[in-house]
Design a protein around this ligand. Sequence first.
Ligand code: FAD
Length: 538
Amino acid sequence: MGGSRTSSGDRACDFDVIVVGAGFAGLYMIHKLRQMGMSVRAYEAADDVGGVWYWNRYPGARCDVESMQYSYGFSEELQQEWNWTERFAQQPEILAYIQHVADRFELRSAIQFKTRVEAASFDEPTASWTVTTDRGDRVTAPFLVMASGSLSTARLPDICGIEDFGGRFYHTGQWPAHKIDFSGRRVGVVGTGSSGVQAIPMIAREAEHVYVFQRTPNFVIPARNRPLDDEGQRKWKDRYPEHRARAKQVGTFYEFSDRSAMDVSEDERRAEYDRRWAEGGVNFVHSFKDIYLNEESNKTAADYVRERIRSIVNDPEVAEKLCPKDHPLGTKRICVGSDYYETYNRDNVTLIDLRSEPIDRILSGGVRTAAAVYAIDTLVFATGYDALTGALTAIDIRGRDGVALKDKWEHGPQNYLGLMTAGFPNMFIITGPGSPSVLVNMIVGIEQHVEWIADCIQHLRASGFDTIEAARTAEQDWVRHVNEEADKTLFPRANSWYIGANVPGKPRVFLPYTAGIGRYRKTCEDVAAAGYRGFVLG
Ligand code: FAD
């Protein structure tokens, strides 16, 4: 299934660039490279475009960045013509948007669907990558772009007896395309992170009974979702250039504060939290400038949410179980929900605290904990992902001297700017570890990476270089810098997927870059302007 032969320097390859993945990142990469006149082949495991928004069709799946911001900014026509219907878009609407983008820019012809990339190896004599797939493809290109996603490798927990379960069984990140009818069903939901928080209230409305198996309670801020009116949307669109320029510096724009939570009176602090709680969304976390930095400040916000939980949930014992107490607010991904805490007031919902009654094993007709057996006919795992590195290490990627990426990253991901890793020339990673990635509006992060990579390839072509590779010293310095920045924040205090804590055996390294997209962008631009400082061009 190769394409036309293409020539780069003295290399004869099937394509100029091979892209892995056709979510937001892969699609924009294809578009950008084609605009540069390059031949591209993309491989996508799914049977259509969309990435996360193709796979996550669970009830309640929606974005927690506002729709007007969670969209591409690269095309003025696109952003003017597309209309969003809600403040926070639901999965079907985001998927429809991505499909529209694929059609509008004629991107599908570059993509081979239902094809999983299994291996990629760098050939030194020809300075090119050979990629092989589960459908027997074997293709070559000088450049390889990993747009394989930060949250695309769904994880099941290691619970004894999963294979014995005789009922229906789903993972939120691999949800079937058809509607699942929960009526009359006794459903067990395992996991109370972002996906569980979105799915549980929806499932509870239909099911006979829902048993929620919770290991760690998370902080859930109400979404206060609402329809978008034409007038508001029009105003936003009129100012899109200005808004997008700002997003480049801050990712998502919230109402950022320049005050410390410690600098105001208790009444003022409370008024601020009340106002933001009423308004809904992640804006709450930005009530004060030091929520992520100062433990005392953070505690004031965390106490506020705990107080809210206790006032919403009728049963004080259940409320206490729902109160997060083992991590500062925001250091595990903050959840945005609709009727989440209210759902625990329903008669058909039972919360099972796995800290006090751990799951012993899954049985054919239910779940046995240390305290009881729960009869269940449907299990929903909202247990997350092998985040940031999982999709990369799932592929047998080999660089110079046949070194496997998996081995190189055994003790944590080593890379420079999150974009490239030494020993793997011409392989770029989009929103991987070491970049702001999942800590910012990811479309802003994706666009920045795609544009930097495109400019880099253009620079190589214009200046007659065949390869670019991260220098080991630059890589070591970057990894140290990423860790130092994380240590200035409260993030490493939580056992989160940001630090690999959800995957047994995964090295505990803080994965995303915490210093913000604006600073990161500036560093990437400075590096390029200085002739790709820290990279070796050959
Ligand atoms: P993905 O969308 O993950 O696409 C990667 C694609 O690569 C997938 O389709 C996958 O099938 C494919 N792939 C992977 N490996 C291979 C292989 N070996 N061979 C072939 N194909 C492969 N971000 C935000 O900024 N705001 C939000 O509110 C938000 N909400 C989210 C909610 C959920 C439920 C989830 C899971 C994520 C959310 N995200 C959010 C993060 C989301 O990952 C990004 O916003 C964005 O969709 C990532 O796009 P991507 O193209 O980088 O990766």
